[in-house]
Design a binder for this molecule. Structure first.
Ligand code: FE
Length: 385
């Protein structure tokens, strides 16, 4: 049996002002989980609380989830849930808040569960015995609102754990473009290019299907059309809505089709230099498109559908429009020292090759190929081998 499946949340609520959907939920108690201060500062946290209270629920807030959520934060949140006993968990904010809340949920449902017990894919027990989960993203990028993934950091051991289970796919995703409208231009650009990387990698993935292709294609079209507008004018709610939809569409595609070398290489260069995830993806994408097109017809197929001649060149053009550098050498947000790059290259390439995302890349690669791709993207040299 060649069993394949496609799973996404039951409800996706989208459009301007849809935060109000919270007032229609049925339940007794809700806990809001969020990150630093931005959701509070922009008033969204208070709005969410008011809508849940309107639904007749008692509401509490767990805030302060850090950018790379730690095991300790997850345990603290789970403890707060065990004390409060909510039947709804409502995560609102960036990917980190959503990721952390997913695992708090697992530990709330199973207080005896240990972190080590859920690292193995498929080891997550059945959730939803105590609560259901709503995800409300404030960025258009990670698509945590739709995915079966969560990344939690063991800060003591300096290890990031990707947790993978369809159990932690949210029950409801609420996509209100008012939230990402507050993102500054450079974050809009980086997260938007992450969306494009999700969609293009899902499109060429060796596990792509008709289901994921349809979603990935629409996401790609939306990003090319609307990202430059969202970057130039953050308050353009139509562009924001299109990008928010694109993020979730791409998320539905990659949570089912997985990713490829762009993410493998971005993960590891991010680990070595601290370069932002979306920015690393944006820079790597044109080079890996050039590399992959030798092994798949899907790139040419995409070019035909989009009516363009050269996808790699089109992505570079988009990078220019949203002020993203075309090679790592020109990155300014962190120091990307050439000497250090040459020093870590071999180790970083081996680690990137071993990343799980490499498995579904359309071209069979090697640690040597990965090193050559890194070099091309560092110095800005086209790949035609
Ligand atoms: Fe990503």
């Amino acid at each position: 049996m060649d069993l394949k499946w496609f799973r996404v949340p039951k409800d996706i609520v989208f459009g301007k002002g849809t935060l109000e959907y919270l007032s229609t939920l049925k339940g007794k108690k809700a806990i809001l989980v969020t990150g630093g201060r931005s959701m509070k500062r922009f008033g969204f946290l208070d709005q969410a609380k008011a809508y849940l209270e309107k639904a007749g629920m008692e509401v509490t807030i767990f805030d302060g989830v850090e950018p790379n959520p730690s095991v300790e934060t997850v345990e603290k949140g789970a403890k707060a849930m065990q004390d409060f006993e909510p039947d709804w968990i409502v995560a609102i904010g960036g990917g980190s808040a959503l990721d952390a809340a997913k695992i708090m949920w697992a530990f709330y449902e199973y207080p005896e569960l240990k972190f080590e017990d859920i690292i193995e894919p498929g080891s997550m027990p059945t959730l939803r015995k105590k609560a259901k989960f709503v995800a409300i993203p404030s960025t258009s990028g990670t698509a945590s609102e739709i995915t079966a993934f969560s990344v939690i950091t063991d800060t003591k051991a300096h290890i990031k754990y990707p947790i993978v289970s369809y159990e932690i796919t949210p029950d409801v995703a609420i996509l209100d473009p008012e939230l990402p409208a507050k993102m500054p231009p450079h974050i809009t650009a980086n997260t938007g290019m992450d969306v494009l990387a999700h969609a293009i990698e899902a499109w060429v993935s060796t596990t792509a299907s008709n289901y994921t292709d349809a979603l990935a294609l629409r996401a790609i079209q939306l990003v090319f059309e609307h990202l430059p507008i969202a970057v130039a004018n953050g308050e353009d709610l139509d562009a924001r809505e299109a990008m928010h939809d694109a993020s979730t569409l791409a998320g539905m595609a990659f949570t089912n089709a997985s990713l490829g070398l762009v993410h493998s290489l971005a993960h590891k260069i991010g680990g070595e230099f601290g370069v932002t995830h979306g920015l690393a993806n944006a820079i790597l994408m044109p080079y890996i498109i050039q590399y992959n097109r030798k092994a798949t017809d899907k790139v040419a197929e995409l070019e035909k559908i989009l009516g363009i001649n050269d996808l790699a060149a089109a992505v570079k053009e988009l990078n220019k429009k949203v002020n993203v550098p075309l090679r790592f050498k020109d990155v300014t947000e962190v120091e990307m020292d050439e000497k250090k790059f040459e020093e870590v290259l071999e180790r970083m390439s081996k680690n990137a090759f071993d990343d799980p995302c490499t498995l579904t890349n359309p071209r069979q690669s090697s640690a040597e190929d990965v090193a050559k791709i890194y070099k091309a993207a560092f110095y800005g040299e086209d790949i035609n081998w």
